[in-house]
Design a protein around this ligand. Sequence first.
Ligand SMILES: C[S@@+](CC[C@H](N)C(=O)[O-])C[C@H]1O[C@@H](n2cnc3c(N)ncnc32)[C@H](O)[C@@H]1O
Length: 472
Amino acid sequence: MLFGLDPSPAHACRVLELGCGDGGNALSIAQALPEASVLGVDASPVAIERGTALADAAALENVRLRCAMFESLTEGLGSFDYIVSHGVYSWVPPPARAALLACVKRCLAPKGIAFVSYNAYPGSYLRDMARDILAYHVRDIEDPQRKLAAAQELMQTIVAIEEPSPFARVLREHMERMLGYSDALLFHDDLAEVSTPFYFHEFVEHAARHGLQFLSEADLFESQMRDLPDSAAPLMAGLPDDAVVREQYLDFFKNRMFRQTLLCHAEASVNRALDDREIERCWIASSARPSEEEEKEEQQVEPAQPPQQTFATPEGFTVTSSEPLVIAALHALEHAWPQALSFRELLEQAIAGTDLEVPIEQAAARLREVLLQAYLARIAQLLGSPPSVAGDPPERPLASALARSQHAAGSHALSSLLHANARLEDELEPRLFELLDGTHDRAELARELDAPPEQVEEALARLAWVGLLQAE
Ligand SMILES: C[S@@+](CC[C@H](N)C(=O)[O-])C[C@H]1O[C@@H](n2cnc3c(N)ncnc32)[C@H](O)[C@@H]1O
């Protein structure tokens, strides 16, 4: 929408996921958007079977997983508003990559948008270095567990080298990060047989051969010029006014390793001068909270000075403002979280939180500007539809069906209604979670768990905050 397109509203959209694995993403979309319909396709029968069993257990009727190779999908899948292919393009051989993009072109609705992620150069040369070293080390090992153990042992040895040369230090830091990966990620990513990075321009050229064009990065934070050093400005100013070229140089400056690129049909008319008026059609959410130090400082500020306030997200992104409208808007979003507010609701609440007397359209224009910046800085989310999630825990809390089925199947990563991963903490939350089927009131929950009511309230509030409780 910000780029002048008119994509289908999210709440009832048609989604295709290519290379959906066991449906971790597809099922989560289906749960978060009950009126949407989701089709996942993957070549692995085991993964499709596992995902289908989970969808059945969670009674998700709007998702279907189908076992097929991209190469065999020549016709008949239908038309989709959104197509997702995450962690696939770089990990399949050239014919499957071409079949994937051909399928995107064939199945994408005229106003549709596709998401394709892949490993990127130049940063992935570092990844290649680690991959080559590990591939040599595990070359004669067949068993996946032994392969993983051997790879981890070699990485631990390299990480432990005390005084590495500058080049070796870079590798050491990369391997230190890799040692933090889950076994599944290490196995399917860096130990995979095929893992082919691309320069951004190569990927865009491949997409263009299939009648698709670059729209933007999925996370616009990644496409911002603000991280560039001032010294890069003359060079950037001399580049052609071409989004692909400019993005490519951003990768050179940032040494980017991974991309999540949005594509649309080559015929679509894209306006890259981000149009903030579209924000009026969005729902807005933010997990940013006032940082405690600033709250204290605010009390010490002289009354004549405009009080400044800093808000920070749990991921550490911060915004500081002394503008009453901005502070009031951030407080309104803080109180609403995990729910989202429509632009009008947010505008009204922000104005009510100040004693400003400006025409409403002037306040709306300022709020749009601020929200666009907050979105680009990962402070606020702009959503196509509001998540159906409880704000405060309801009297008889009901946890999301998918998360309950995942928990029952022994999974630690649960899909929240915010389409994110959530985990249960402590000893109480897993036991509490099993009782959240909407039939128990809060007093019963405390009795069943033999826990102090305040502790149960606290746990429920946290589960609501991470988006695991359904709206009533
Ligand atoms: C690295 S996994 C990514 C899975 C999932 N998208 C995720 O992010 O967890 C790549 C997936 O692509 C599937 N795949 C590989 N080649 C394929 C092909 N030719 N046709 C269909 N699926 C394929 C694999 O079975 C695997 O599930």
